[in-house]
Structure formats: structure tokens, C-alpha cells
Write a protein that binds this ligand. Sequence first.
Ligand SMILES: [Zn+2]
Length: 439
Amino acid sequence: MRYDLIIRNGVCVLPWGEAETDLGVLDGRIAALGVDARAEAAETLDATGLHVLPGLIDAHVHLRDPGDAAIESIPTGTRAAILGGIATVFDMPNTSPSITSAETLDWKADYVRRESYTDFGFYVGATRSNTDRLDEYETRAGVCAVKLFAGSSTGDLMIEDDAGIEAVMRNGRRRIAFHSEDEYRLQARKPQFGAGMPYDTHRIWRDEECAFLGTRRIMALARKTGRPAHVLHVSTAEELGYLKDFRDVATVEVLVNHLTQIAPDCYERLGGLAVMNPPIRDRRHYEASWAALRDGTIDTVASDHAPHPMAAKRRAWPDCPAGLTGVQTIVPVMLDHVNAGRLSLARLADLMAAGPARVYNLAAKGRIAAGYDADFTLVDMQARRTISNDWIVTPCGWTPFDGMDVNGWPIATILRGSVVMRDDTVIGPPRGRLARFAW
Ligand SMILES: [Zn+2]
């Protein structure tokens, strides 16, 4: 037997458990689990001492393209992703212009095929004026889901009222991804806070009830319409408890930052570099997030990579924009959590590969199994590294995890059989393709 690539001597994280199995790849797909010692290959990768995970997926990034390439773009953001051990990203639609029409969807699909280093899915934004066309848009090539901002967005990319949200839910059938903070409560509370207040005010203004109320409203509409919802960046103990009763209509995303940083400490230490939406909250919510990760409430973990220039992030609250870089750091930070005993590698593969595949109906990715795309993230669980700003290739050049010592590091990223990153080096030109979805 002759393969294109054989990965030898690694410990594979398979859907049914860890196993020392050599992997054979042919034509970009996994051809064999268990490879004869005499089998030949164009390329053999020795994974001795490494764990082989399914190619990890960051299902929530904002690559700001079209936008300002000095901050981030699809080529720079997907390069950051493969350096960080991510094989596939799903990109958000709130760009300039936003991705809300047939023309912008076509433009983005074309551009991604030329310029992306990762495989790529993208969201179509729901607006009041495209609501009746979303059933068509959600089935276009590369579209992972409709994204609905029920709060906390700008321009036409926000639908904050129940009637508007219900109209979107009644057009189409795939799972809709929601930003669910309640816009009315956010606006009503805003005048209580202002210039001169500390960064920690961000979480006081956007309090637990803003998030919980938004999620209760979405769940009521999901039950009413039967339309499944993916609740993005769930950040409160209250929502995580509540959502356990909505598993028929809801899946749950939690962000790596909410599993890693704790208020008020993060605001005191990082200032504007801790400001994101929904906000990083206190220890009670951090503990609830880990409990929900352990009991299976959480389906996916993502970064919500949302770069801004450092100068803007240094502005005083409330003038500093919300959003943090994260696509390059999510894997090292999560591996550190694995080494600290907070979750297993199998659960990490569930949250960042099988989970996104299940939630978005992603085809042929998310697990190491015959016939699936030969996407792998190879990690060294013994590696000790320090995350630093100078490692970050996103043009804005900073990470809230600068200076963090981590145990565990991504060593190689393999995309449909091509080694696209090895030992902190990007190999070859952009080779990304549109992710495929079934529904
Ligand atoms: Zn986001």
C-alpha cells in the first residue's frame, strides 16, 4: 500500500478513546487507522511523543475582512490560526461592508478560496431587509450558519425585538447562532455609567441579567418556532443552569477567556485588554463554566477572536472597543487547562472538533475516522512555553495572554493531508477551501 502521508508513532485522540495508531492519508482524506510497517508514503511524519488530535476548529472568529488590513484580514488571521494549531475557522459577518447579501457571500467565497490558510466557513448576517432571503443564503457554499445579533451590534446587523427575531427564525431551517445580550437592558443601564469609571465597570453595566434575559427570550422563540439555536459565548451561571432544560432546541458555546480569566483581577491587570462582550465575570461564573464543561452542557469552545488596534484598547473605558485577539492562542491555553487536569484531551477534541461539526452540520471533519478530511492538530503535552506578543502574527500584534506560561503547545497543523504548519513555521501558500455542510 502506498499513501501520500503516514503519521507514525503518535497517540491519536479517536472518537472512542486514545490509541497508538499510525494514520495513512490518501488524496486529502484519512485512508487508514493502523498502517502496515511496510507501507510506503510520499511523506512520513514521525509523531513520537506527540498527541494527534482531529484538526481543531475555531467556530467563532472576526477576521475584519473587508475592513482594515493593518488590524487583521483573512490571510493574516488564518495564518495566525494554523500557527496556533487551528485547521478550520468560521468567520463572522460584521465586516465593512457586512456579509448579508448574495453579492457579498459570493465575493467572500471567491476570496477565501484564494487567500485562506485554513479551511473556512462563514456566517451570513441576519438583517431586517434580508430576512426573507435567509433560507436561500443559508444553503450557499461555505455558509456555516445565520448569525443574529440580538444586541450589541451596529447598523443594520442588529435585530433586537422579538417580532424581528421570530421572522428570522421562521425563514430557513438550519441552526442559527445568536449573540443574545438584551439590547434594551444594555441601553437602559448605559446612562448610569460613564467616563472616569474603571474598566471593571464593563461587567457591571453589561450585567448577568443582560445576558440571561437575552437567552430567555431566544429560548422562548426557539421553542415557539422549533428552530434550533446555538447560543454563542454563554457567560453566566444563570444561563448555563437554564440551558440544561433546552437541549432539544439549544446548543451552547463558551469562550476560552471565560474559562481562563476572572474579574475583577483581569481588569486591574489588563485594563482595556480585558474588555470584551459579554464581559469577563467573577469567580462564580468561572466556576459555573467549568462545571458546565465537565457535565456536558457546553458543546463548543471558541475564541471570539476580534482584533482591535492597541491604541484603541488603551483608551479609557467606555471608549475602548470590546474584543480580544484569540485564534492563535486558544489551543495553547486550552492545552494548559488539560495539563492542569481541568479537562481531558478527548473532551478538548469534543469541544473544538466534534462539537462544532455536530452543531453546524459540518461535513467530513471533526473526528479521526476513515473517509474524513485528513485534518490534524499535533500537540506536545510536555512542551513549556510562554505566550508573548512577539509570537502573534495578527497585525495589531497583541494578546491578552502575553506573559502566560503554558504547558502544552501545538507542534504541527495538517490540512487535508498537507503539513501547513510545523514548529512555528507556516509551510506553503494558502491552501484553504470552503468547509462543506450538510443539513
Ligand atoms: Zn463574536
